[in-house]
Write a protein that binds this ligand. Structure first.
Ligand SMILES: Nc1ncnc2c1ncn2[C@@H]1O[C@H](COP(=O)(O)OP(=O)(O)O)[C@@H](O)[C@H]1O
Ligand SMILES: [Mg+2]
Length: 260
C-alpha cells in the first residue's frame, strides 16, 4: 500500500501521516514513512526519540552521497551527471526505525526552482520512484502542498492520494489546485480527508465544497496533539480519538482498494 499525503501548509498532513503510520504498524505491517517536507517534522509527530532524530540527515543534504551516486562535480552548476543514480540501498541505510515505523527524511533541494534538474532533485526523484515501484511495505509519503516528487512513472504505484483539508475555503481551494496537478500526472484514486474538524457544520462545509472528491473521514481538533508535542510522545498515544480515526481511515482505504 502506497499512500501520498498532500494539502495546504498547516492543515495537519504530518499529524495524519504519523497517526496512519502507527495504525498500519499496529496491524503488523512494516511501514516506511517518508518526510518530504523541506523542514522535516514527521519524526516529532511520530514521537521518535530525540537521539534518533538527531542522527538522521535528510537525503538532499548528503552531498558526498549525491556526488558519489550521480557523478556530479562538487561546486559546479550544470555539467554532466547521471540521471539514474543507484538508490536502492538508501532507504535502509539512511533511515531510523522506532516502534515498527521506518522514517526517511528527504530534505530540501536548495538550488533552482520547481522543475529544476540538479543532482539533488535527481536523487530524490529516483529515490521516491524506487520506493514506490520496488518496495513492498506500507509507504506513506508526507508531502508539501502539491505533488512534487511524484511523476507519471509513479502514478500507477500510488494507491491513494489523500488531500488533507481544513474546513476553510482556502484549504479547499488548494485541494482543487492539487486535483488539477494530480490529473496532469494521471494520478487516480484521489480522496479528501478533513482535519481540524470541530462540528457537523465543519464536516458539512468540507463535503459541500469538495472539488468532486470523496471524503474518506475526519480528524477532530484534539488537545492531545499539543500534549504529544510537549512531552515528545507519539500523537497516536496522546490522542486516542485521533488514533481511532486513523484506524478507520486505514479500513476505509482497504475498502477503496478492493477491486469492484
Ligand atoms: N487534529 C488536530 N488537533 C489539534 N491540533 C492539530 C491537529 N492536527 C494538527 N494540529 C496542529 O496543527 C499544526 C499543523 O499540523 P501539521 O500536522 O504539522 O500540518 P502540516 O503537516 O499540514 O503542515 C501543528 O502545530 C499540529 O500540532
Ligand atoms: Mg507537515
Amino acid at each position: 500500500m502506497k499512500i501520498a499525503i498532500t494539502g495546504k501548509g498547516g492543515v495537519g498532513k504530518t499529524t495524519l501521516t504519523s497517526l496512519l503510520a502507527y495504525a498500519y504498524a499496529e496491524r503488523g505491517f512494516t511501514v516506511l514513512a517518508i518526510d518530504a517536507d523541506p523542514s522535516p517534522c514527521l519524526g516529532g509527530a511520530l514521537g521518535f526519540p530525540e537521539e534518533l532524530i538527531r542522527g538522521l540527515t535528510p537525503i538532499a543534504e548528503m552531498e558526498e552521497l549525491i556526488y558519489e551516486r550521480t557523478g556530479a562535480q562538487p561546486g559546479t552548476i550544470g555539467g554532466y551527471f547521471k540521471l539514474n543514480p543507484r538508490v536502492d540501498d538508501i532507504p535502509d541505510r539512511f533511515s531510523a526505525v522506532h516502534r515498527g515505523v521506518r522514517l526517511l527524511e528527504l530534505g530540501a533541494v536548495k538550488m533552482g526552482g520547481s522543475g529544476c534538474i540538479c543532482p539533488e532533485s535527481t536523487i530524490l526523484r529516483t529515490l521516491v520512484t524506487h520506493i514506490l515501484l520496488r518496495r513492498n511495505e506500507v509507504v506513506l509519503l508526507d508531502m508539501y502542498a502539491g505533488v512534487e516528487h511524484l511523476g507519471r512513472a509513479t502514478a500507477d504505484a500510488v494507491d491513494a492520494l489523500l488531500i488533507v483539508v481544513e474546513p476553510t475555503a482556502r484549504s479547499l481551494g488548494t485541494a482543487e489546485q492539487i486535483k488539477a496537478l494530480a490529473g496532469d500526472l494521471k494520478l487516480t484514486r484521489l480522496y479528501l480527508f478533513g482535519s481540524m474538524v470541530n462540528s457537523a457544520d465543519d464536516r458539512g462545509f468540507i463535503r459541500d465544497h469538495s472539488p468532486g472528491l470523496p471524503v474518506l473521514g475526519f480528524l477532530p481538533v484534539d488537545p492531545g496533539v499539543r500534549q504529544a508535542d510537549r512531552t515528545g510522545t507519539p500523537v497516536f498515544d496522546a490522542a486516542p480519538a485521533l488514533a481511532q480515526a486513523a484506524r478507520d481511515l486505514a479500513s476505509a482505504l482497504d475498502r477503496e482498494m478492493k477491486p469492484a
